[in-house]
Design a protein around this ligand. Structure first.
Ligand code: FES
Length: 95
C-alpha cells in the first residue's frame, strides 16, 4: 500500500458524475458479516484494490465495475438532485 505523506488527498465531487479521488488514497472493501440471526453482526476490512494515484468512484450506483465509475452515469442521465438514496444492503423491505 502506498505511503505518501507528501501527497495531499483530495476528493472532488463532479456535477453529474463520479467522485474524483487524487493523491494515492488507498482503497479497500468493507465487508458486512451477517450473524446467525440474519442481521449484520460486524464489519471487516476486505481486500484492497491496487494502488492508484487517482481514480473515479461511482456515485450513480449503476456502474458494472463498482466501486469505479465506468461511464454509466452518462447513459442514465444521472443527476444528484433527482437521485434517490439507495438502501443499505441489509435494510429490510418492510413498509
Ligand atoms: S458515476 Fe459513473 S458510472 Fe456511476
Amino acid at each position: 500500500m502506498m505511503n505518501r505523506p507528501d501527497k495531499e488527498f483530495r476528493i472532488k465531487v463532479t456535477n453529474d458524475g463520479p467522485y474524483i479521488v487524487t493523491g494515492g488514497v488507498p482503497l479497500a472493501q468493507d465487508i458486512v458479516v451477517i450473524g446467525s440471526d440474519g442481521e449484520p453482526e460486524k464489519r471487516e476490512k476486505g481486500p484492497g484494490y491496487p494502488d492508484q494515484e487517482s481514480y473515479a468512484l461511482c456515485r450513480c450506483g449503476q456502474s458494472k465495475n463498482k466501486p469505479f465509475c465506468e461511464g454509466a452515469h452518462i447513459s442514465i442521465g444521472f443527476s444528484p438532485s433527482t437521485a434517490r438514496p439507495t438502501k443499505p444492503p441489509m435494510e429490510s423491505e418492510s413498509t
